[in-house]
Design a protein around this ligand. Structure first.
Ligand SMILES: NC(=O)c1ccc[n+]([C@@H]2O[C@H](COP(=O)([O-])OP(=O)(O)OC[C@H]3O[C@@H](n4cnc5c(N)ncnc54)[C@H](OP(=O)(O)O)[C@@H]3O)[C@@H](O)[C@H]2O)c1
Length: 436
């Protein structure tokens, strides 16, 4: 059995490719089911976020298993293999485990140490359990990744003061405002008329950061008005006007800065929509949705400035140097956690051989016991029979204790496999291990 992860992230694929692979929560069950239809796949779980789509899997054969996952990704995205493959990464065994630990800790994130990724790894674990697509190995791996993510944030300073995609988006707005006015310093957003489209987790963070960056208030648009109102109620000291999404055109006419962060699977703003509006002001759009909420054709319009999640790199890289040192502290913990998982997993490798060894000795014991008992004849009382039976079991258990403990003990994979091979050979278990 083999652990592999196949996926892509902001490091390997631009947003126009990532958005084709993103899997919404409501279709996660169907995707997991489809992957499990492959006879190669024993366990599977999917991490789908704005910056990555990663499929963690336990497969029978590494090459065939990874091919099955790639076929799924190609059919799901509609991208032929030759277009998709250059963006995919594949990690196997120890590398796959180490990668997940880094992801959960936020070390592979666009914004180093950001906190949202840990919730997303928790969600991957929950969905895998709910849809019963995982077995004991991935369950253990993902549970350990979640606890590693928590540990890194509590035992290092990586999580302290970490920025998020939303705070980076607000910072990008400040930077672009300053650049448009020819200023070197970051500017507050008090002069901007701001709208936020969407009222989910990311919009909440956007509003927090807008408030802290001197913005005077926002118009909050959402498909469901009550959700926007609930969000607004959590910011009693900030002026938030809640509107239905139907009023978007009005905002696009009157606002100078519009953030979009909805989970819509199609763009909600495109060039044709904007061209039809009679606008007199400049308009800056910042879209953190993946799939994108703002169509790429908006970049053709000369009077609109539009940015997507990949453009955040510009502000993120300014903050990263200081965080890199903190990331190095976390690496030590990640190594330890990865090793603990691998030791546990390796020790499972011994289980089938140990079971065969027990079964083989048990069969010898019961056969020899029957022979002995039949030789003793009817004079042997039931109580005496029990004593002899217990004696024979006790001897077998004592003989097995040391080899079983040694086979399960932490050791290198090569050493364990060699020890298992010798036990199988010495006790002639090999013929019975074929179906293992
Ligand atoms: N979570 C993260 O860490 C993260 C990071 C970066 C970017 N993003 C991206 O940001 C976006 C929002 O993420 P989130 O975590 O804030 O999501 P969320 O908490 O689930 O909120 C989803 C929001 O999208 C709206 N929405 C869903 N489908 C819609 C549709 N068809 N048309 C219009 N509005 C729709 C919802 O409106 P209702 O209230 O009416 O349902 C809600 O306001 C996603 O594209 C995500 O990929 C997320």
């Amino acid at each position: 059995m083999h652990i592999a992860v196949v996926g892509l992230s902001h490091r390997t694929a631009p947003v126009e490719v990532r958005e084709k692979l993103s899997i919404a929560e409501q279709s996660m069950g169907q995707s997991l089911q489809k992957i499990k239809e492959s006879s190669q796949v024993l366990e599977v779980s999917i991490l789908s976020t704005c910056n990555r789509l990663e499929i963690y899997t336990l497969v029978r054969n590494p090459d065939q298993g990874v091919t099955a996952i790639k076929e799924f990704l190609s059919s799901h995205s509609g991208l032929p293999d030759e277009q998709l493959s250059p963006h995919l990464f594949v990690y196997n065994q120890e590398e796959a485990v180490a990668h997940l630990m880094r992801v959960a800790a936020g070390l592979d994130s666009l914004v180093l140490g950001e906190g949202q990724i840990l919730s997303q790894v928790k969600k991957m674990l929950r969905l895998g359990q709910e849809h019963k697509s995982m077995g004991p190995i991935l369950n253990r791996l993902l549970t350990q990744a979640v606890s590693t993510g928590k540990r890194v944030r509590s035992e290092t300073n990586l999580g302290t003061g970490a920025v998020s995609i939303s705070s980076a988006a607000v910072e990008l707005a400040q930077l672009k405002l300053a650049q448009s006015l020819g200023r070197d310093q970051m500017m507050t957003l008090e002069s901007e008329k701001v709208a936020v489209v969407g009222a989910g987790r990311m919009s909440r963070l956007l509003i927090q950061h807008l408030q802290s960056k001197g913005c005077n208030g926002v118009i909050l648009l959402n498909r469901t008005l009550s959700r926007a109102e609930t969000l607004a109620a959590d910011f009693p000291d900030f002026r938030i006007q809640c509107r239905l999404l139907e009023e978007l055109d009005d905002c696009l006419i009157n606002c100078s800065l519009v953030f979009t962060s909805t989970a819509a699977d199609q763009p909600i703003i495109d060039a044709s929509r904007l061209s039809q509006l009679k606008r007199s002001n400049s308009l800056r759009l910042i879209d953190i949705g993946v799939p994108r909420n703002i169509s790429a054709d908006v970049s053709d319009l000369s009077d609109v400035e539009s940015h997507d999640v990949d453009d955040l790199q510009e502000v993120v890289s300014r903050n990263q140097e200081a965080r890199k040192q903190l990331a190095m502290e976390a690496e030590v913990l990640l190594e330890e956690e990865g090793r603990l998982f691998l030791e546990w997993w390796d020790s499972l490798e011994a289980v089938p051989t140990i079971n065969l060894l027990r079964a083989s000795l048990e069969s010898i014991r019961s056969e020899e016991l029957q022979k002995a008992l039949s030789r003793m004849g009817p004079d042997f009382s039931a109580r005496e029979r029990k004593v002899v039976e217990a004696l024979s079991k006790g001897i077998i258990n004592k003989i097995l204790h040391t080899p079983v403990t040694k086979l399960r003990a932490p050791q290198t994979r090569v050493d364990r496999q060699e020890a298992l091979r010798q036990v199988e050979s010495l006790f002639d278990l090999e013929s019975q291990t074929d179906g293992k």
